[in-house]
Design a protein around this ligand. Structure first.
Ligand SMILES: [Zn+2]
Length: 175
């Protein structure tokens, strides 16, 4: 499973290494910012940002599975912190936008006037009919994942395509 979010090691308050898997500029799948001082066998070593003299950034492009890291580029400590902060901001903005959209969605069953319950993801097999037949062809079948909500009173179902909003949705706030 692909890693997500931002990993701060050892912690977010004074990290020495930050790995980013989200909130990155277009076309970049992951990035790593390390905070460093000069010295050691390799010319620099990783230290907490509070003691760092400079930073290093390396990135990987979004091309297929596990594309290689770029050569590291040397940046200032504040440029390194800015890179991380921008990603945090993009993630926060996107989450806020999802929240706004999700808050508009009413999960209540219109007949029973109660909220539909989240069942999880259901895979629908989709496909085409075969040659000279109405039966489905074995080729070209796909599993289309949908998030399902069911009313436990009447059994009516509501589906949402996967990959658009995070699920389960909160449902409309009742007042
Ligand atoms: Zn119902």
């Amino acid at each position: 499973m692909a890693k997500q979010g931002i990993e701060y090691s050892p912690d977010r308050s004074d990290p020495q290494r930050v790995r980013l898997y989200d909130g990155l500029p277009e076309g970049i799948s992951r990035a790593e910012v390390t905070f460093r001082v000069a010295g050691g066998l390799r010319g620099s070593r990783v230290v907490p940002v509070s003691r760092a003299e400079f930073a290093q950034l390396r990135t990987a492009l979004e091309s297929g599975y596990e594309s290689p890291w770029s050569a590291p580029s040397r940046i200032t400590v504040s440029e390194g912190q800015y890179y991380v902060r921008q990603a945090e901001q993009r993630i926060a903005e996107r989450a806020a936008e999802f929240e706004r959209r999700a808050a508009r969605i009413d999960l209540d069953c219109p007949w029973c006037e109660q909220p539909r319950r989240y069942l999880g993801q259901i895979g629908f097999v989709t496909g085409h009919t075969g040659f000279m037949t109405e039966a489905p062809s074995e080729l070209g079948q796909l599993v289309d994942k949908q998030h399902a909500y069911r009313c436990d009173s009447c059994g009516s179902l509501l589906y949402f395509a996967d990959g658009v909003l995070p699920h389960p949705l909160p449902g409309r706030k009742r007042s």
